[in-house]
Design a protein around this ligand. Structure first.
Ligand SMILES: [Zn+2]
Length: 227
């Protein structure tokens, strides 16, 4: 890759069509709904545990999957889709979208997109950039794929799962988007226990866990759609 100065790394969208990518951290729906998002899987060890927790509480989630991991463990992608969860794009190999050129980023997202279509019969509509890192190049690729870019408002880590759930329970409000992991270095038994506690406690507080697409479609405060 050629050396690029900071201003040289800009996308140049071609053609007359609109080129728009909406970035969301959280929404503000009038209903008491929140979204749980699960990144970096699927894995044989943790994805089934997350699916069991969700099933026990009647909760829906959105899985941002890594393409090559979905290829290695397709069964858990299919099971998640069959259970009504949303599948979304987290690149083919968990690549930092700011460290590669436009062709690489597009290929990484398109390969994952095609695999998810093949496995689930549904086209994903959301991308979460690995590490939350994205710039004009990645945003242009997402715009070209008609993807929404989904970040998060709360993070339950593996290293401080109990404290992070306490914090999330204190600060959550309708429209919160909670991040946790079913792959990579974060998931552990404590995280699974605490995810169970989070979902149970928020249900007791009157919240309903919906997919990110459902959260985006929920009417906002004041009655207007959250667009
Ligand atoms: Zn990730």
């Amino acid at each position: 890759m050629s050396a690029e100065g900071p201003t040289a790394r800009t996308a140049r969208p071609e053609g007359p069509a609109a080129y728009v990518a909406r970035v969301t951290f959280r929404t503000a729906p009038s209903a008491r709904v929140v979204a749980l998002t699960i990144d970096d899987g699927p894995t044989r060890e943790w994805t089934p545990q997350v699916l069991r927790i969700l099933r026990q509480h009647g909760a829906k989630a959105t899985f941002f999957v890594v393409g090559e991991r979905a290829q290695a463990a397709p069964r858990w992608v299919v099971q998640a889709a069959d259970a009504g969860h949303e599948l979304a794009n987290h690149t083919w190999a968990h690549s930092d979208l700011t460290q590669n050129n436009e062709a690489f980023d597009r290929d990484s997202l398109e390969r994952t997109h095609e695999l998810l279509v093949h496995l689930t019969g549904r086209a994903p509509s959301l991308c979460r950039p690995p590490y939350g890192r994205i710039d004009s190049v990645g945003l242009a690729v997402c715009a070209g794929l008609h993807y929404g870019v989904m970040l998060w408002s709360n993070h339950v880590t593996g290293s401080n799962a109990r404290g992070d759930v306490d914090t999330t329970l204190r600060h959550a409000s309708p429209g919160s988007i909670v991040l946790a992991h079913d792959g990579g270095s974060e998931p552990n038994a404590s995280l699974m226990q605490q995810l169970d506690r989070l979902v149970a406690s928020m249900k007791d507080a009157g919240y309903r866990f919906v997919t990110v697409s459902e959260l985006l479609a929920a009417p906002a405060h004041g009655g207007a759609a959250a667009t």
